[in-house]
Write a protein that binds this ligand. Sequence first.
Ligand SMILES: Nc1ncnc2c1ncn2[C@@H]1O[C@H](COP(=O)(O)OP(=O)(O)OP(=O)(O)O)[C@@H](O)[C@H]1O
Ligand SMILES: [Mg+2]
Length: 275
Amino acid sequence: MDMSSTLALSPQSTSEQSEDAARSVKPILRFDRVGLEYDGRDVLKELSFSVNRGEVITVLGPSGCGKTTMLNIVAGFLQPSSGIALVNDREIAGPGPDRGVVFQSYALFDWMTVEDNIAFSLRCSGKNRSQQNAVAKDVAKLVGLQGFEKSYPYQLSGGMRQRCGLARVLAANPSVMLMDEPFAAVDVQTRETLQEEILRIKTETKCTIIFITHSIDEAVFLADRIFLMRKGRLGAFDEFTVNLPEPRGSSENRLHPEFLSVREQIYRAMRADAS
Ligand SMILES: Nc1ncnc2c1ncn2[C@@H]1O[C@H](COP(=O)(O)OP(=O)(O)OP(=O)(O)O)[C@@H](O)[C@H]1O
Ligand SMILES: [Mg+2]
């Protein structure tokens, strides 16, 4: 689908393209010895990693190990107690339109239609009302909600509401999407469809994704790399690379030997942690 009229900007000059090429080899996100404490208690300590532009990172780990805390630092909702967190080589000083957060709860406005919910994130974008509506229509189509633009959230299923929440974040065209267990509340089939959609959308928008989940299958299916945070290790993590064939969103990948092999490695690591 052609998003050029709405989401993307005008055609790029050669110098802009070479700037893009230079940027693409640099990490979009970097944590350098980040620590975070709540009330004098360390939750994350000396956490370092970098994420490349266009990568999908999934984060697994037991409840309370600091996954949401880490995501909140990237989103700019929390400041590190020590170390530095950077997006595009700039220290993260607060929330910004370059980072969109998709929460587990749908976070929709019940009194607004799907279209208005999606357009809401464009209110400060400088786009006029009809441009906002055009983007909302395109994004609704991108997430498979075409035909439901005039519906209200109560008229949608759980999976459709989650799509609408996703669309609202996508409309702002963020370069980094932060997703905290976004599909935990939907049934298995819808969840698998949404995972496949996420990878399709990622291919179209070229965004970078950090995705927290408790599902090993979801983590392996989506990821280029998996960060497995461990109990009592204050945010330290083991890393697994996933080399599944393209197109990454193909449901056949769920049966691929690489999928099964990485899933087993993670399962064993988690079980060792639990014992
Ligand atoms: N606002 C807060 N004040 C004090 N402690 C907090 C606060 N938010 C989180 N914590 C603590 O920080 C730790 C990490 O919490 P966090 O929410 O990051 O875990 P999580 O890995 O996302 O867990 P879950 O899988 O259950 O969502 C927990 O011990 C939690 O109790
Ligand atoms: Mg959490």
